[in-house]
Design a protein around this ligand. Sequence first.
Ligand code: PLP
Length: 375
Amino acid sequence: MLKFNKPYMTGRELWLISQAHANGHLSGDGAFTKRCHAWLEERTGCAKALLTHSCTAALEMSALLLDLEPGDEVIMPSFTFVSTANAFVLRGAVPVFVDIRPDTLNIDESLIEAAITPRTRAICVVHYAGVGCEMDAILAIAGKHGLAVVEDAAQGIFSTYRGKPLGSIGALGALSFHETKNVISGEGGALLVNDPALAERAEIIREKGTNRSKFFRGQVDKYTWVEVGSSYLPSEILAAFLAAQLDEAEDITRRRLAIWDRYHAWAAPLEARGLLRRPIVPAHCTHNAHMYYLLLPSLEQRTAFIDVLKQRGIGAVFHYIPLHSSPAGQRYGRSSGELPVTDSTSDRLVRLPLWVGLEEHMDEVLDACNAALGA
Ligand SMILES: *Cc1c(COP(=O)(O)O)cnc(C)c1O
């Protein structure tokens, strides 16, 4: 069976883990964590990068940093992973779901203003497939209404919007290093704090609500409980693993892009024949080949497509069950108007395998795709 996802290892992870072991500092915020923070700050230009144990954790930190209160509303797409909404629901906030653009499948910025109420506090955008949302328009709306912008950039490492790295554009950005993402540590993530006014509290919230980071820097003489917080920092073992991946992140992205380009060239004539639609990347965005998906004409055709690939031993998957139609989404959130693009996309989208090492299997994958499409 050719897997849908296969985590790529650089081969240097265990070596760096052995160094963390030798350093004898295993809890968070040691030398490897600092190295990862420096890497992220340098590459994204954020004011402060903080490793977390997941992107979910980084989003939860964002909700705490925004001081959301029960009944406050956060505008977001419904076509996303559950963590985007969960993080805010944990604070008692209400996710307000807005439809997506038919081209990038990102939140449709032209529908955001209609979703704003006196309770709206923030917009949480999701850069689907590592392709940027229309951030200029979104920041303008947020500025006009006094809303915070959080970027769920779980899929967005190394992608840019008008030259800016995804995750570095809103007040806060959340990255994921889950093993299904481009750069990995099994479970893992980072909060990019772009608004310097939030940096100090971000450190505190991540360290159980204590001023421990300041204490270690010698900036305060007592280490004590100062805020509501939790434990969001990963151990040095995980940071060492991630450091090995970050060292090779450019090469990983380059290799993924080559596979993405091959899918895209293969699918062009099929798109011209009306058999499918390919991903669309706007000219002002660069992407990181996080995902290659196809939009097929109908749910029936997608089901048949996945079945044929499975018979040929190739894993292809679909997502997301829209949050607005999920049991928890209905209980905790609400929709702003109808969400026809979300519903239709959720029925028709299929993700093809994309991982470093797939290169040598591409003929087999594309043959199976051709057979599944009757092409
Ligand atoms: C993967 C993903 C997450 C969750 O990431 P974790 O690191 O597993 O918590 C959140 N949002 C989106 C859009 C994702 O793709």
